[in-house]
Design a protein around this ligand. Structure first.
Ligand code: HMG
Length: 391
């Protein structure tokens, strides 16, 4: 069977962040609760002109070239922060990026799991048409509200992956293990601007689904489980991955030696998420990217496992093999440059940005006195139609 998977991966996060120490001070909470207890150090803050489409376009722009644009047959946009009930974010991207006209474009949703659903669909499509490519982009802004329990786990960003039969970064195996369970751990009714969440229950449910999925992998494909060198997690906050590994150890699903080795890899994979926050659909792939950037023990040929979780709830365990392209300097440079250029903002500025909303009149002009973001940004809304600019 031909290999398919991730040929290229790109990431975008907004240009401002708030430090979790400052946020803890402002909320009258011991900073160690956020820094250690939850495992977050910084939180990305998107201005009003950096919506999910602008972030997605900025992530895609990093990875697709003119030749790719002619070969892309589908643009799959995974999000749970959509601003339109009908029109897919992918329709804008198709035009903004200049993808060939005969491509299909659509949006996909199942909480944080949506990105994995898109990648799996893309892999299946390419397995049948190995000379074509699919662009999958995951873009989200997570919002729980000011001064809520979920606030320190907010974030914003987009991850784009180009799926093809030249998986220079990660070849994804055909077999995977998934599990679904109808629940109200986290959801967002159409009338609510913020997510509703049963925080502690959601964390337990994540761990339960993970444990059951791993048991199933061990039962059905023991040789695959034994070969895994590194594990990546959906990280709503970075302590979550540590909790997941601890659960396996406590249940005897990992021995001490393997636990220590996976924990070392996990620490590298949590570094970027710790500085961005939860980006929902893209969060697992941000952890994967973080591993590529920071994990010096990884090498081409290593087998990796990826645990995707989306509230509501679906868990899926994917496996794959790293290829040479995962270790290019360009991936590291493009990712880290963004963090070097980010600007720290005060909690007061974050709160102002947070409360900024677009008018429902359908008319808005970007007259931001501060400099507009680099790359794509929302330039105006005219008769309820969003238009994007480029800096
Ligand atoms: P909370 O009640 O604010 O915090 O909620 P807590 O009291 O549970 O404390 C958190 C941790 O900090 C605890 O550690 C404390 O001991 C520790 P743990 O027992 O968990 O290991 N702590 C301290 N540590 C050091 N020094 C201190 C200190 N004080 C306390 N001084 C919660 C935390 C995560 C529940 C909340 O932030 C929340 O509701 N977040 C949003 C929901 C969420 O992220 N759920 C995760 C699983 S569901 C999921 O991943 C799906 C999702 O991404 C959505 C989707 O699928 O679309 C969310």
């Amino acid at each position: 069977m031909i290999e398919v998977g991730i040929e290229k991966i790109g990431f975008y996060t907004p240009e401002q962040y708030v430090s979790m120490e400052d946020l803890a001070d402002a909320r009258g909470i011991d900073p160690n609760k956020f820094l250690i207890g939850i495992g977050q150090a910084e939180m990305a803050v998107p201005t009003i002109d950096m919506d999910i489409v602008a972030m997605a376009a900025n992530a895609c722009e990093q990875i697709i070239d003119e030749a790719d644009k002619q070969l892309i047959d589908q643009v799959i946009f995974a999000t749970e922060s959509s601003f339109d009930y009908s029109k897919a974010g992918a329709t804008y991207l198709h035009e903004m990026l200049g993808i060939q006209p005969f491509a299909k474009v659509f949006e996909i949703k199942q909480a944080c799991y949506g990105g994995t659903a898109g990648i799996q669909m893309a892999c299946d499509y390419v397995r049948l048409r190995p000379n074509r490519k699919v662009l999958v982009v995951m873009s989200d802004i997570s919002k729980y509200g000011l001064n809520t329990g979920g606030e320190p786990t907010q974030g914003a960003g987009a991850v784009a992956v180009l799926v093809s039969a030249e998986p220079k970064v990660l070849a994804i195996d055909l077999e995977s293990t998934s599990l679904s369970f109808q629940s109200f751990d986290f959801w967002r009714p159409q009338y609510s601007k913020v997510a509703l969440v049963e925080g502690h229950y959601s964390t337990e449910l994540y761990l339960d689904l993970f444990e059951h999925v791993v048991q199933e992998v061990q039962a059905q494909r023991p040789n695959v489980w034994e070969q895994i060198d590194a594990l990546y997690f959906h990280l709503p906050f970075t302590k979550m991955g540590k909790k997941a590994l601890d659960r396996l150890l406590a249940k005897g699903l990992l021995d001490e030696e393997r636990y220590a080795s996976l924990l070392a890899h996990y620490e590298s994979s949590a570094k970027l998420g710790r500085r961005v926050g939860n980006i929902y659909t893209g969060s697992l792939y941000l952890s994967f990217l973080s591993g590529l950037v920071y994990d010096e023990k990884l090498q081409a040929g290593d087998h990796v496992g990826l645990f995707s979780y989306g509230s509501g709830a679906v868990g899926e365990f994917l496996t794959g093999t790293l290829h040479e392209g995962a270790f290019t300097q360009a991936i590291r440079d493009k990712t880290l440059q963004q963090f070097e250029q980010r600007q720290a903002i005060s909690v007061a500025t974050y709160e102002e940005i947070y409360q900024d909303t677009l008018p429902e009149t359908g008319v808005w002009q970007n007259e931001s006195s501060s400099q507009q973001p680099k790359g794509y940004y929302l330039a105006e809304i005219d008769k309820h139609r969003r238009r994007y600019g480029y800096n």
